[in-house]
Write a protein that binds this ligand. Sequence first.
Ligand code: ATP
Length: 384
Amino acid sequence: MAEPLALRAGISGGAGVATSQARGTRASQVIGSSIAVRGAEKRYGQFRAVDRINLDIEPGEFITLLGPSGSGKTTLLNLLAGFQSLDGGEILVDGKPVHNVPTHKRGFGMVFQSYALFPNMTVTQNVAFPLRMAGVDRATTERRVAETLEIMRLSDHANKSPSEMSGGQQQRVAIARAIVMRPKVVLMDEPLSALDRRLRESIQIEIRDLHQTIGSTILFVTHDQGEALTMSDRIAVLDAGKIVQIGRPLDIYRHPSNRFVASFVGESNLIEAEIMQKRGTTVTLKNRAGYVFDAESRDAIDVGRVTVLVRPERIAIANEPTGSSTPVTVTSAIFLGEILRIEAQMDGGDTLLIRCTDTARRPLPNVGDCLHVSWGSEDCWVLT
Ligand code: ATP
């Protein structure tokens, strides 16, 4: 086995927020494999759970498979892990087909929703287990386990048994066990879904930082769009067994390829509008309420009706009309702490969801109040 990596000091909490996504950088030492999925197919009778998927993953990338229940995320992960066999296509790891390689020889680290720890072993023994199975000598095992417990901030819990630990701590032990061999690929299937929101958010940041530290390729499955946006280098959005869009979190959020992605990733207002004019990439549109506005479009379309995405936080509100605003009637207003969530109806029936930050000068509107809303061309996106 290769010597352990020189690992940086343990992952941090708040300070660790500046990670790969923000900096656009990879781990200082990439040990991850490239993965190429070519026309992968998994059928159950006539039903295609994974429908001819193509996916290229770079060494050391953090890719999230995001999609609703039943979209094929776990099946695709299981095909990669070797738990299930392909009915068509192939999967290459570092350029080599893996279909004849059994799961235990693929050398991947795996983390599941259920922690699957050995209840009769201590934290140290659980984390040491893969090293023992691989016949690693005692001194290396001790050193590697100690390093890994430090990375996962578990050193103080080394001698506890799983039953003496919280759900979040147990999942950190499961992650430690998955990475103790410094695998080239780590597969994670909804590892945080059993945890409460705060814990989930803090472990999301820990996993992101961990990815920076160990440099493995990570494939992470979730149906939680916030989790995908927070953690990933790229997100592959799945629907009905197909990848419908793959891209960086910012691109997926700002420039979704269709209505499904726009609605599934983040909250959205999808407004039907008629194209009145097109100049370069900017189109002038009119919706049912007669509101005329500009939008950015990469599409060749220049006549007819289109659907426009306007994110709720991109809508400006005012109490008085402005040059570019249209009136709406408030149908619901909820104070959520740092933001106000307002629903309002436009003339013609379109309902708008608006999210704005709470400020001392903005009172919570009442149902029935008239507000004036507007957005700029850079705040909306014409869907194809
Ligand atoms: P979830 O988020 O609910 O876990 P998922 O996106 O991971 O969903 P999969 O578990 O991959 O979805 O399932 C994809 C589809 O394949 C689903 O419609 C599921 O019912 C179907 N499926 C999975 N396993 C089998 C099986 N053994 N036999 C028949 N159909 C199956």
